[in-house]
Design a protein around this ligand. Structure first.
Ligand SMILES: C[S@@+](CC[C@H](N)C(=O)[O-])C[C@H]1O[C@@H](n2cnc3c(N)ncnc32)[C@H](O)[C@@H]1O
Length: 173
């Protein structure tokens, strides 16, 4: 029997070099070869989904994800400065809905996810649950992220589109 191909999405990290290299979740995932790290945003293939906390539209299973997912690893202090600069790049900007961080820096805080959590949340919502779990298995607090957000992640992953995602979020908050 031929091996069954694992469901897998391409992941890109645009690294702005603004974090502590030893604490950076994106760099850690790149060391495990689980994501592709770029320091030049022009090298990221056009058409991917950019996880942008300020985007107007929430990610949903209705998104076209054939070109993969991109995360911008930068300081939270620079988010409002950098994301607008990427508006001209051909990426689809999407926000993640209400989810709670499990990383030690922002534990319990909604919306403020590390790059690793952001990738995992997007993958889970889009139906790539094994890949999401594989990514967060590299962090001590990875399982806690799924424990804290299990019910919401399941509901988001069965939403039809972005407006349903927002409805689920509003009912929860
Ligand atoms: C600001 S960086 C901080 C990275 C952190 N230094 C680390 O080690 O992971 C986190 C990135 O994850 C993505 N992200 C986090 N929370 C998000 C949200 N609520 N909606 C969309 N993207 C989010 C964004 O691409 C954001 O720029």
């Amino acid at each position: 029997m031929p091996p069954i191909a694992k469901k897998h999405l391409k992941l890109y990290l645009y690294h702005a070099d603004q974090c502590h290299p030893k604490k950076c979740t994106g760099k850690k995932l790149a060391r495990f070869d689980l994501i592709n790290l770029y320091k030049n945003v022009n090298r990221i293939p056009a058409g991917s989904i950019l996880l942008d906390p300020m985007a107007e539209k929430a990610i949903s299973p209705a998104d076209n994800i054939t070109k993969g997912i991109t995360v911008l690893d930068c300081s939270w202090q620079k988010v409002e400065e950098i994301f607008p600069l990427l508006q001209k790049k051909r990426m689809q900007h999407r926000a993640l809905p209400f989810l709670v961080a499990a990383n030690p820096v922002n534990f319990g805080r909604p919306f403020r996810l590390t790059s690793g959590e952001a990738f995992a949340a997007a993958l889970y919502i889009l139906g790539y649950k094994e890949q999401a779990e594989e990514l967060l298995s590299k962090f001590k607090w990875g399982k806690t992220f799924f424990d804290l957000n299990k019910q919401l992640l399941e509901e988001y992953s069965s939403a039809r589109d972005s407006s349903e995602i927002i409805k689920i979020q509003e009912e929860y908050i």
